[in-house]
Design a protein around this ligand. Structure first.
Ligand SMILES: Cc1ncc(COP(=O)(O)O)c(C=O)c1O
Length: 438
């Protein structure tokens, strides 16, 4: 490529020094592939960042964005409306679990998380329980990068750098990963549902009447692909319900088909009170996020507001931006028309077999999977955690495959249009690379 100055851009979540010495540049994308700046086809093993579920460059979505920008470049949704915003909300509501059909739009997963936490606090206040302010997250949870999200999240780099400024009144459930009991288990581990009972301990410690909400990812992705034990989420639902605590599922990566159902809530048959959304909501073609909220919560907050007063003091300039809303409508139509969610359900057994085919590859110490999500945990190089997975990531890119990694865990989440051959190719390439790295 021509000489691009790389110095001005401070890249997010990136080893900036290494990148700028040897940049990996993508210049276009179509279907299952990116094209790199040196004109190589790169198979997308992670749907961009778990977000391009319908595959890249979908004409219907591109067209919808083009039309909307040409017709209505921007319109506020504060005290004003535009039809695309309402239509997008209806389309999203249509695939949420029954009753979670009030949609608040944001621009990202991080904003969705902070919005959901604020809705929980507003709900309890509206119900006359303003003392419910405590928020419960989970170790190894990733809920984006806002101060709310990193506080309920459970990742040590956030706690190290930002520890003094996390929001107060937060506690954490233990994570659900039990390597001695569930290594190489296919799908949901049989043991570990009892880890949800830790919530009873936390309730006893703080008094449940002080707790506003519990937030968990049904399947944790960014922190290394952690699959919930069978019955765990149901148990969390029972305990939260018993104590009047709201349950929030952070479905930023699981919503819109990743497990073969529209949401993880529907896949697991457990309905929370709020679901955070982003990424695949509009195939990531324009930034957008949202929170699906139960009618009970929405109505309580809205009815508590005095006439002519704003009921919920929250929103973003770009909430339901016309172009993002247009993309969401087109995306949701496309998911339905192409039966994308059912495709995942059908191909999940092949995906499972393919990822577990790496069991005997060098350095592999665990494999986890569900739907179109796979995690391969590698032994760390002594004294250099993350270095081996970084090398695998770079070598995969050189061989024409884009993967993600966290620490020494490789994560796979291809677009949901991947066929059997492409799924096999992802794991065959990783197998080859594992035999080449040190
Ligand atoms: C579960 C979960 N929540 C929140 C986020 C944050 O989303 P964003 O990067 O759009 O702010 C992510 C991002 O990967 C996520 O996986």
């Amino acid at each position: 490529m021509s000489q691009t100055d790389l110095s001005n851009l401070w890249m997010p979540f990136t080893a900036n020094k290494q990148f700028k010495q040897a940049p990996r540049m993508l210049k276009s994308a179509k279907g299952m592939y990116y094209t790199s700046s040196d004109d190589r086809q790169i198979l997308d093993g992670c749907a961009g960042l778990w977000c391009v579920n319908a595959g890249h460059g979908r004409e219907e979505i591109v067209e919808a964005i083009r039309d909307s920008v040409g017709t209505l470049d921007f319109a506020p949704t504060f005290q004003m409306g535009h039809p695309l915003a309402f239509e997008a909300a209806s389309k999203v509501a249509a695939v949420m679990p029954e009753g979670l059909d009030r949609i608040f739009f944001t621009n990202s997963g991080s904003e969705s998380v902070d919005t959901a936490l604020k809705i929980a606090l507003a709900y309890h206040r509206a119900k006359g329980e303003a003392q419910r302010t405590r928020l419960i997250g989970r170790e190894r949870g990733y809920h984006g990068v806002g101060f709310g999200g990193i506080s309920v999240g459970g990742i040590s780099p956030n706690r190290k750098t930002f520890s003094a400024n996390l929001i107060p009144g937060v506690d954490h459930l233990p994570h659900t990963y039990q390597p001695t009991k569930s290594s190489f288990v296919k799908g949901e581990p049989e043991t570990g549902a009892d880890l949800a009972d830790e919530l009873e301990r936390i309730c006893a410690l703080h008094d449940p009447s002080t707790i506003a909400a519990v937030i968990v990812e049904p399947v944790a992705g960014s922190t290394g692909v952690l699959i919930p034990p069978k019955g765990y989420l149901k148990r969390l639902r029972e305990i939260t319900e018993k104590h009047g605590i709201l349950l929030i599922f952070d479905e930023v990566i699981t919503a819109f088909g990743r497990l073969g159902a529209p949401t993880a809530a529907e896949f697991f048959g457990v309905t929370p009170d709020l679901i955070t959304l982003a990424k695949a909501i509009n195939n990531a073609a324009i930034p957008m996020g949202g929170v699906a909220v139960s009618r009970k919560i929405h109505d309580a907050v809205v009815q508590a507001g005095p006439e002519k007063a704003i009921e919920f003091f929250h929103g973003y300039t770009y909430s339901a931006h016309p172009a993002a809303a247009a993309a969401a409508i087109a995306t949701q139509d496309l998911y339905q028309r192409d039966g994308i969610f059912n495709r995942v359900a059908k191909l999940a057994p092949h995906f499972e077999q393919a990822v577990h085919g790496l069991r005997d590859a060098p350095y592999v110490k665990d494999i986890r999977n569900l739907g179109f999500i796979g995690g391969v945990e590698l032994e760390s190089r002594p004294g250099a955690p993350g270095a081996r997975a970084y090398d695998v990531f770079v070598k995969c890119f050189e061989k024409g495959l884009l993967v993600r990694y966290t620490g020494d865990i490789l994560a796979f989440s291809p677009p949901l249009i991947a066929d059997e051959a492409q799924i096999s190719e992802i794991f065959d390439t990783v197998g080859k690379v594992l035999r080449e790295v040190a």
